[in-house]
Design a protein around this ligand. Structure first.
Ligand SMILES: NC(=O)c1ccc[n+]([C@@H]2O[C@H](COP(=O)([O-])OP(=O)(O)OC[C@H]3O[C@@H](n4cnc5c(N)ncnc54)[C@H](O)[C@@H]3O)[C@@H](O)[C@H]2O)c1
Ligand SMILES: O=P(O)(O)OC[C@H](O)CO
Length: 342
């Protein structure tokens, strides 16, 4: 049987992975050539973004300057994008996943396999107080889900600068199938049997990235940044193991762990906006609109989601860095408290 891949999302990362997946499916006989990509339709200079992508083969809004393979077909209809697919790649900002899953329920093949490239969690009234995005996909659509996360700033990946990434799997066959559509000589995939560890690394690092940006805005220097990264890694591991005892220590040494923390605290959007928050005094919401050209910030909302869980469970004192970052973002705490309160 040949596999058919569909991409759900076409932002900065969605477009970068479209380039990789579009290229890789052409290398193997067991993948169909065409890859549909769901685009949340919008107008760019009076033209539909889907039409621009399908004629120029470039996502001029979210990944300008990068050519996409011609077998990537932009589609504004989510159901049509996915109805004949056997492999679904979820790559929308986390706040939109619930609505995507609701629309897809009952409309896809039960034989589909999924992978999430999304860094975030969904807040839920369950024992943990949150739900993993892979669990949300599995539970709402009745299909298995892997997770891909790593030190992967989209533009650098799209420019084919060497990096690594991690795929977490429950079923090794699924892990290997997704490895085939993502791995390239400049985007090196390692697969591990730890979906939850990979996913929590990706979600939680976005909070620590805000910390990295605050340190830059305060001009505290490299030693302080390294301290934030170390404490961040410690809190990420502690949180993951507290909620999921099976999460593996080794996962934190993969690209999705320590490497992503380093890259996100050096060059990510969360870092950039947090630095500007310190230097301009403007709110994160305002800066997201002014600086990101429609791209979405994930770190502040994840800080809020996690703080909600920590405070409900009386755990704030055990996670001083994540708690302080939340308070700086949402309670007007002066940024310097990032080093005073931890
Ligand atoms: N950009 C990166 O460097 C990078 C790297 C690795 C992982 N990620 C993760 O990938 C995920 C997707 O991020 P991205 O960078 O591709 O997106 P993005 O922030 O570049 O773009 C926002 C996207 O959301 C879409 N959108 C806006 N409103 C919407 C709605 N109501 N419903 C559905 N979609 C809507 C926009 O059309 C656009 O495609 C995030 O979880 C992010 O953390 C990003
Ligand atoms: O730009 P950010 O801060 O969303 O980070 C991008 C990637 O997650 C880095 O791996």
């Amino acid at each position: 049987m040949t596999e058919k891949v569909a991409l759900i999302g076409s932002g900065n990362w969605g477009s970068a992975v479209a380039k990789i997946v579009g290229g890789n499916v052409q290398k193997f006989d067991h993948f169909q050539n065409e890859v549909k990509m769901w685009v949340f339709e919008e107008q760019v200079d009076g033209q539909n973004l889907t039409e621009i992508i399908n004629t120029k083969h470039e996502n001029v809004k979210y990944l300008p300057g990068i050519k996409l393979p011609e077998n990537i077909v932009a589609c504004p209809d989510l159901i049509k994008t996915c109805e004949d697919a056997t492999m679904l790649v979820f790559v929308v900002p986390h706040q939109f996943v619930a609505s995507v899953c609701k629309q897809l329920k009952g409309k896809i093949s039960p034989k589909c396999k999924a992978i999430s490239l999304i860094k975030g969690v969904d807040v839920e009234e369950n024992d943990n107080g949150f739900r993993l995005i892979t669990d949300m996909i599995q539970d709402s659509l009745g299909i298995r889900a892997c997770m891909l996360s790593g030190a992967n700033i989209a533009t650098e990946v799209a420019e084919e600068r060497f990096c690594e990434t991690t795929i977490g799997y429950r079923n090794r066959e699924d892990g290997e199938l997704f490895e085939a559509i993502f791995h390239t000589p400049t985007f090196r995939v390692n697969i591990v049997e730890d979906v939850v560890g990979v996913e929590l690394c990706g979600a939680l690092k976005n909070i620590i990235a805000i910390g990295g940006g605050l340190v830059d805005g305060l001009k505290l220097g490299d030693n302080t940044k390294a301290a934030i990264i170390r404490i961040g890694l410690y809190e990420m591991r502690k949180f993951a193991k507290m909620f999921y005892a099976d999460v593996k220590d080794e996962t934190f040494f993969e690209s999705c762990g320590v490497a992503d923390l380093v890259t996100t605290c050096a060059g990510g959007r969360n870092r950039k906006v947090a630095e500007a928050h310190v230097t301009t005094g403007k709110s994160f919401d305002q800066l997201e609109k002014e600086m990101l050209g429609g791209q979405k910030l994930q770190g502040t909302s994840t800080a809020k989601d996690m703080y909600g869980i920590l405070s409900k469970k009386g755990l704030c004192k055990e996670f001083p860095l994540m708690t302080t970052i939340y308070r700086i973002c949402y309670e007007d705490l002066p940024p310097i408290r990032i080093v005073e309160d931890i």
